[in-house]
Design a protein around this ligand. Sequence first.
Ligand SMILES: [Zn+2]
Length: 160
Amino acid sequence: MLSIKTEYNIPRECFNDVIGLMKETNPAGNLIPSDLYRTKKLVSKLGLTATKIDCCINGCMLYYKDDAAEVTCHICNAPRFKQNSGKQRRPKKDVPYSRLFYLPIIPRLSDSYASMSSAGHMRWHKEKIKKMMFFLIHQMLKHENILIECILHFLLNPAT
Ligand SMILES: [Zn+2]
């Protein structure tokens, strides 16, 4: 549900209405979260936290590691943050023009192996390759035996 929200840029209120409807229409006592806040809280327990990294609006660079404190792009000199209007009573938090969400691959892979439904898919390649190799070796030996029998037959009966 969260990936659909992100993919179609669904507003928070719409997400809350849809997931609220899902919760109401399912049998009482279901574990469906009632809103976006509770959904994100539930997902965060899975350990799939994203790292937010600011990036240049033109895609030139990331404000990451050594460049985390920079406020302008090294390549195109574009500003990192949007201008504050200055009308607010308290200073607003800096809002970057562009930001990416990085999901580290190791926790995602370990979660895929931990899940009973996806663990078989994760091992498929290794297990199938082994079975395929046995099948191919068996077929090669089988054909090799036929070939040897043909050669022996030809050598023993050159007239045929
Ligand atoms: Zn740039």
